[in-house]
Structures are given as structure tokens and as C-alpha cells.
Write a protein that binds this ligand. Structure first.
Ligand SMILES: [Zn+2]
Length: 85
């Protein structure tokens, strides 16, 4: 039955889908990893602390607010700093 081998084409036409890498089927415009929501590189955890008779706002990013005579003022500074980002 060797005559059948010569009569058949040496390279049988395959399904073109088999020749493609399955990874190529994805849209190249779509990044491989899902987009993550933008998160600030530095987290802002502001808090207030007392210095003498003053209250100051301080943040984990290194920011510190002005000295306030009112603790509420310092707390507002901390809140506005966190909200500004
Ligand atoms: Zn901060």
C-alpha cells in the first residue's frame, strides 16, 4: 500500500487553527493582566498629635501640618490632606 502514500500530498492540509498558537488568539490590544484601579503609591494615614499646647496633623507619607491651637483644626488639616490626594 505504498502507492497510497505517494498519491497523497506530502503535507496534508491541516486545519489552519491548529497551526496558530492559542496564545495568539487573544487581542494584542488587551493587556495580559487585568487593569487594576489606580492606587496611590504612598498611602496617606494622617493623624493628629500634640506638641505642647499645639496640635499638629501628621501623615504616614511624611507630611505634617502646621501647629494649631485647636485639635479640631489639626484634624481638619489631616482630613484635607488625605482628601487632597
Ligand atoms: Zn500624606
Amino acid at each position: 500500500m505504498r502507492d497510497q502514500e505517494t498519491s497523497a500530498p506530502p503535507t496534508a492540509p491541516h486545519d489552519p487553527r491548529e497551526l496558530r498558537d492559542p496564545h495568539d488568539l487573544r487581542d494584542p490590544a488587551v493587556p495580559p493582566v487585568p487593569a487594576v484601579p489606580p492606587v496611590p503609591a504612598v498611602s496617606h494615614l494622617a493623624s493628629t498629635f500634640e506638641r505642647g499646647s499645639f496640635s499638629l496633623a501628621r501623615c504616614s507619607c511624611g507630611w505634617s501640618g502646621p501647629a494649631r491651637r485647636s485639635r479640631d483644626r489639626a484634624r481638619t488639616d489631616a482630613a484635607s490632606h488625605q482628601g487632597a490626594d
